[in-house]
Structure formats: structure tokens, C-alpha cells
Write a protein that binds this ligand. Structure first.
Ligand code: ZN
Length: 174
């Protein structure tokens, strides 16, 4: 399919709230999802939200077996999640490093609910309902933030742990 241009922070389209998908059967939705995977894989990312390629719909993808960007992260199943909702479970928070293909070259330590339930639909319209923690919980929250016009820097509280990837993690970028 097509590798699409990824919008970068500063583009006003990244601040908009995405609309729910109304019809799961359209070729346009299938094309969008295929393009999102091509774009995410070409960029070496672990997740992508439709608004990052300028499409204001509630579609996110994520998942990987192993990642050069996040070498310590456990595998996350490859997932297409449409019209998602996220419910934090419990009060526990976890803080860990995040990057974003729309914020290239930077990483930040982001506090988020440690354990969440997420619900939504797959491209066939079948329900998805998972309870997750660890990096899986982090990546789904990060991607769904894109659907409400949030980028991870707006979630950072400790700005001493926000910086350029090659300064923070020189071993990551050889
Ligand atoms: Zn992102």
C-alpha cells in the first residue's frame, strides 16, 4: 500500500478530537489500516494513530515482537483498535519512557495508570476487551491519547526526564 507522511508536533491536526468510525465495511477503512501499518513499520514505530497521518478517525494500531526503539519492552500483540475506550483500573501509576513518531528525536518519562481495561472493535467489527499492564497498557494509552488530541509531552510532570534520545540513551542510536 502506501507509506504516508507522519504529521509532526505543531501541526494543528494533531490537537483535534477524532471521530468514531461509523462503517467498518468500507474499502477506505481497509486502505487506511494498511497504510497505517506500512507507515508504522517504515518508521520503526510500535504504534500509530490515524490522526498522525492526518485522518481524524478513531483508529489506532500497535504491537510488535521486539523493537529497536524499545529494546527492553515485552512483546505486545499486533492490534487494530477502532472506537476505543480506556478505563484505568486501580490507583497505581507507572512512569516509563515514551517516544512518538510525531515528536521525533525526543523521549520523556510519562506517568500513566499502570493497569487499564480497553474496549473497542477490530476491523471486522468484533469487540475487543482486554485488561493489560506493563508496556501494553502504556502503548494503548499513548495511542488513544492521539484520538483526543493529546501528545505525550503534555502528560510529563518531571521535565528533567524529557530530552533528546541520543543524549538520554546514547546506546540506543549507534
Ligand atoms: Zn505517538
Amino acid at each position: 500500500m502506501t507509506i504516508r507522511n507522519i504529521l509532526r508536533m505543531g501541526d494543528p491536526r494533531l490537537w483535534q478530537v477524532a471521530l468514531p468510525v461509523a462503517d467498518f465495511t468500507t474499502p477506505a477503512l481497509a486502505d487506511l489500516i494498511a497504510d497505517m501499518f506500512d507507515t508504522m513499520h517504515a518508521a520503526g514505530g510500535v504504534g500509530l494513530a490515524a490522526p498522525q497521518i492526518g485522518v481524524g478517525l478513531q483508529v489506532v494500531i500497535f504491537g510488535f515482537e521486539s523493537s529497536e526503539r524499545y529494546p527492553d519492552a515485552e512483546a505486545v500483540p499486533q492490534t487494530v483498535l477502532i472506537n476505543p475506550t480506556i478505563t484505568p483500573l486501580g490507583k497505581a501509576e507507572a512512569s516509563d519512557w515514551e517516544g512518538c513518531l510525531s515528536v521525533p528525536g525526543l523521549r520523556g518519562a510519562v506517568p500513566r495508570p499502570a493497569r487499564v481495561r480497553y474496549q473497542g472493535y477490530d476491523p471486522a467489527g468484533q469487540p475487543i476487551d482486554r485488561t493489560v499492564d506493563g508496556f501494553h497498557a502504556r502503548v494503548v494509552q499513548h495511542e488513544c491519547d492521539h484520538l483526543i488530541g493529546r501528545l505525550y509531552p503534555s502528560r510529563i510532570r518531571d521535565f528533567t526526564r524529557f530530552g533528546y534520545t541520543d543524549v538520554l540513551f546514547p546506546e540506543l542510536l549507534k
